[in-house]
Design a protein around this ligand. Structure first.
Ligand SMILES: *Cc1c(COP(=O)(O)O)cnc(C)c1O
Length: 393
């Protein structure tokens, strides 16, 4: 089946007694019993499939996990209460039997950098930051630090750089390091990291997967070598997504193909309009033929989908001018998220990258005039018209 068909069929239609629900319902039970104690014994011993306790399994969440694993072509998936919980599980499963060192891409989601610096570092896990788009620099850094894991984003945040996951996976494999890829911005429609050699693919399901701004959730998909470790850790630590969120995420994914196709098409139109606007200093967009990683994008992305995130620099603007620009927007929503059906704007300096020191932001190229746009499914004319009136003095 092609991914467009998997989106609407995978995971659903499991037999429940005499009947089969067409779409998976919300199971709220915390525990399950079986007529036969022998059967319960087999389920608890993981010799037979079936739910027994919600921290181990939940039928709604299992359906979502089967769906997402099918989309990404992994060995198995775990649904978590947030994207950050999924990332933390990735670090734990990657490093439990490896050196407690990480090589991380520069320019990641602010909370990920924060997790490395302020959560994992106090537990003795050291991180070295490297530009993963520079393969020679990455190889050097891996040779020097001998990490247990490499972590990167398919499309970096917020400057939208794209690393060669397949080549980075080779570097990771030859150093026996796990490769963790945050695939949130790309979605499995654009990239499937496990199939390119990554050990784990992580999503904030809060974003494109649920797609409607009503879920906090995360997904982590593992390859065959890491799935059992991930599951076993999760059975003890309990990072689980709730069945309500699992249901909403699964419902969201059914239209993810349509949404993302429309969002990508809209983003191309908005980005080319921004490029020609005199009030714009620079546009960062993965569909731009002069993007610094254009060759990697052409090699790895499908040829009609480039992503729906745009970052642009307001000419001559500082914080006050950016605030005024954003406050003038009438339809576009000023909010700290992305991937929803509606177009959203975010100011990285006070939101996703707020916790970084101003100097560190400057070093990463995140200026005080940078605005990030998550393009929605509205009529592109309306998105452009709203931006246009915000430029007017
Ligand atoms: C939002 C986001 C996260 C964190 O996900 P939560 O669901 O908010 O915990 C991680 N990585 C990226 C790229 C994100 O956009």
């Amino acid at each position: 089946m092609k991914i467009e068909s998997k989106l609407v069929h995978s995971g659903d239609r499991k037999k429940a007694g005499d009947y089969i629900p067409v779409t998976t319902p919300i199971y709220t039970a915390a525990s399950y019993f079986y007529d036969s104690m022998d059967q319960l014994d087999r389920v608890l011993g993981r010799e037979a499939e079936g739910p027994c306790y919600a921290r181990y399994d939940n039928p709604t969440t299992s359906a979502l996990e089967e769906l997402v694993n099918d989309l990404e072509g992994g060995h198995g998936a775990l649904a978590c209460s947030s994207g950050m919980a999924a990332l933390q599980m990735g670090f734990m499963a990657a490093l439990i039997d490896r050196p407690k060192r990480v090589v991380a891409a520069t320019g990641m989601y602010g909370a990920t950098t924060n997790m490395l610096n302020n959560v994992l570092a106090p537990f003795g896990i050291d991180t070295t930051y490297t530009d993963v788009c520079d393969l020679a620099a990455l190889e050097e850094s891996v040779k020097e630090t001998k990490p247990g894991a490499i972590v990167m984003e398919t499309v970096s945040n917020p400057l939208l750089r794209v690393g060669a996951i397949d080549k980075i996976a080779e570097i990771a494999k030859s150093a026996n390091a796990a490769l963790i890829v945050d695939n949130t911005f790309a979605t499995p429609l654009l990239i499937r990291p496990i199939q390119l050699g990554a050990s784990f693919s992580v999503h904030s399901a809060t974003k494109y997967m649920s797609g409607h701004g009503d879920v906090l959730g995360g997904m982590i998909i593992a390859d065959e070598a890491h799935y059992n470790t991930l599951r076993t850790l999760a059975r003890t630590t309990g990072p689980n997504m709730s069945p309500f969120e699992s249901y909403l995420t699964m419902r969201g994914i059914k239209t993810m193909g349509l949404r993302v196709e429309r969002q990508c098409a809209n983003a191309c139109k908005v980005a080319s309009w921004l490029v020609s606007h005199p009030g714009v200093e620079k546009v960062h967009f993965t569909g731009d033929p002069s993007h610094p990683d254009a060759a990697t994008i052409a090699r790895l992305f499908p040829n009609n989908l480039y992503g729906a995130m745009i970052a642009f620099e307001l000419k001559g603007a500082g914080r006050a001018e950016v605030f005024r620009f954003m406050e003038k927007l009438k339809m576009i929503v000023r909010a700290t998220s992305l991937g929803d059906v509606h177009t959203m704007v975010l100011y990285p300096a006070i939101a996703s990258h707020r916790d970084l020191a101003p100097k560190q932001r400057q070093r990463l190229g995140i200026g005080d005039n940078l605005i990030r746009v998550s393009v929605g499914i509205e009529a592109p004319e309306d998105i452009i018209a709203d931006l246009e009136q915000a430029f007017e003095k």
